[in-house]
Design a protein around this ligand. Structure first.
Ligand code: CTP
Ligand code: CA
Length: 229
């Protein structure tokens, strides 16, 4: 095959990709959010479609135009993302959780705008845990032979933290990014190590998010169960 031309090795497969970052509302005008741009998730969706997959992209707050040939589901919060991912995962051959899911959400939603009062300190914001979507999908495997992939941004001992997280989540592959200087959120390029549950370790040099996406699919394909079950 010519360089840049992908083999249709995902033909006949349904893959689900989550992208972006969830926003957890406090009141009608405010939310708790994160800096995920969604670019890596969109790169995964585009490259999977180019390799022949039917792609469902669950998108949270990216503002990116829907890619051609991809089914896009727009969500806002972690709870909505979970519902959409679980629904799409029911018949998926692979699920890739590239979205940044808020670990916590405000315990209460104020239906009216929260107002400050003269001479009063603000009340603390109480938080509750959000469901862990990746661990849930990896534990349930709604479809036999389904491959489940997570992402993690780590500091300090990046690989050791990644190994622990891979085991804790129960997924097949974990794409580990080191958070640092040029590896800022929203960047066009990325550098990572893909850890596999079977002990594999695939370094991906600094480069376009499409290149990392193709490495992820290269690692997913040989792990897929039989097609068309
Ligand atoms: N994830 C998820 N649901 C959550 C939190 C995270 O599905 N409530 C997924 C993310 O989409 C990502 C992976 O889990 O694929 C790892 O996210 P990360 O935030 O690194 O993991 P956490 O378990 O939340 O660990 P930490 O305490 O380091 O944030
Ligand atoms: Ca987290």
């Amino acid at each position: 095959l010519a360089r840049g031309v992908s083999a249709p090795d995902l033909a006949g497969r349904h893959v689900v990709v989550s992208a972006g970052g969830t926003r957890e509302p406090l009141d009608p005008v405010r939310y708790l959010g994160n800096r995920s741009s969604g670019k890596q998730g969109y790169a995964l969706a585009r490259t999977a479609a180019a390799r022949g997959a039917r792609v469902t992209l669950i998108e949270a707050n990216t503002g990116i135009t829907d890619p051609a040939g991809v089914d896009v589901v727009h969500v806002g919060t972690a709870v909505q993302l979970r519902e959409a991912v679980l629904k799409a995962a029911a018949d998926a051959d692979a699920v890739v959780m590239a979205a940044a899911v808020a670990d916590f959400r405000p315990a209460a939603y104020a239906t009216g705008k929260i107002k400050k009062k003269d001479g009063e300190e603000p009340a603390p914001v109480a938080l509750v845990r959000n469901p862990d979507i990746l661990a849930e999908i990896a534990g349930e495997r709604p479809r036999p032979g389904q491959v489940v992939v997570g992402f993690a941004a780590e500091t300090d001992d990046v690989l050791a933290n990644g190994r622990l997280k891979l085991a804790r989540k129960g997924c097949d592959l974990l794409v580990v990014n080191e958070v640092g200087e040029r590896k800022t959120f929203g960047a066009e390029e990325n550098e990572a190590v893909v850890l596999a549950a079977d002990g594999g370790e695939t370094p991906v040099p600094y480069g376009p998010k499409e290149a990392l996406a193709d490495v992820v699919w290269d690692l997913v394909v040989p792990r897929l169960g039989p097609a068309g079950l």
